[in-house]
Design a protein around this ligand. Structure first.
Ligand code: AMP
Ligand code: MG
Length: 315
């Protein structure tokens, strides 16, 4: 299949409305979108990514006013989070209504919903006839795509269209909060931190990390994620761990080791998140064998970076 690259949200939306798959930019990472009413498109998302069928998709809407199209009810906790964080890098899990195919939710009675704040995503979603089901636009298990070139690298020939935009400004996937239960539970860390969530909904709880791996509440969390071809090793600031003689790279916030073949010194945690996945991919292109990742401070988006690094190191 020929993959068209366009900067026009209108052209991209017209492909999607015809049942074709379209990758599109958002502020978190690029999404791989399909019309939620087309079972063929939904099945193709799983095939194109090599995604396990029990890993549900998030529905993307151009405006919070449309949540009723897909949710059975909007609890008061969700309303507060919507008011504070929509549009933005937050996904809410709500009880689904009959419009949502089990292919979207992997058979669950709940559905993930997000309204991206990105202007190109917004223009695109506005011209799509229905909500757009979209996981991250990468081959399953690989680092999420944060620029259109990464999308092209993974999905060229497998999808109809790539809507080209700038590099995703956040660089990590959305924060996910389950509001189908009370009290709401944080299922995936992201740019919006637990303390920010608690400022709006104080009763929000975090699921213990061990729960995610043994019996994940959020299905996708059990799979290996974010893994470059290179081995990922976590290190403490200034630990000078890298081993000479290997083609190694380093990313972090303090002084890079002198013997690393490639380094990314990040100005702060936001910049670390922004650069992490594209750095992983650059390392793969340059056949780096080991990537040393400095563990950032355990606060704000640093928490989400730690979570992704942990999974990358396990993969
Ligand atoms: P991705 O867009 O690739 O980051 O994947 C979407 C992720 O959202 C999945 O891997 C799940 O962890 C989560 N998710 C989507 N829908 C649900 C749901 N109904 N309940 C819990 N988690 C969900
Ligand atoms: Mg993903």
């Amino acid at each position: 299949m020929e993959t068209i690259v366009t900067e026009s949200p209108r052209i991209a939306a017209s492909w999607l409305n015809k049942g074709e798959l379209v990758a599109f930019p958002t502020e978190t990472v690029y999404g791989l979108g399909g019309d939620m009413t087309s079972d063929t498109a939904l099945r193709q998302i799983f095939t194109a990514k090599g995604r396990p069928p029990d890993n549900p998709l998030i529905l993307h809407l151009d405006s919070p006013g449309r949540i009723q199209e897909v949710a059975l009810e909007i609890p008061e906790t969700a309303e507060r989070l919507i008011r504070r964080f929509f549009p933005g890098p937050l996904t809410l899990i709500l009880k689904k209504n009959e419009n949502v195919s089990p292919l979207v939710t992997a058979g669950l009675s709940t559905v993930g919903i997000r309204c991206p704040a990105h202007p190109v995503a917004h223009a695109f979603l506005k011209q799509c006839n229905h909500p757009v089901a979209a996981p991250s636009a990468n081959i399953s298990g690989r680092p999420s795509s944060t620029d259109w070139q990464a999308v092209h690298e993974d999905l060229k020939g497998k999808i109809r269209c790539v809507l080209k935009g700038p590099q995703s400004t956040i660089g990590l996937e959305s924060t996910i909060v389950d509001c189908s239960v009370y009290p709401p539970r944080l299922l995936r860390r992201g740019a919006i931190s637990l303390s920010e969530l608690k400022a709006s909904v104080p009763e929000t709880t975090a699921s213990a990390p061990a729960e995610n791996t043994r019996q994940p509440k959020s299905p996708g969390l059990k799979y290996s994620h974010y893994t470059p071809a290179a081995r990922v090793i976590l290190c403490r600031p200034d630990s000078q761990q890298s081993k000479p003689g290997r083609k190694s790279a380093w990313i972090g916030l303090s002084e890079p080791p002198a013997d690393a073949a490639k380094t990314a010194l990040c100005s702060d945690a936001d910049n670390y998140a922004y650069r992490l996945f594209s750095f992983f991919r650059e390392c793969d292109r340059e056949h780096i064998e080991v990537i040393y990742c400095e563990v950032p401070p355990d606060e704000g988006i640093g928490h989400a970076i730690r979570d992704r690094l942990q999974r990358a190191a396990e993969g």
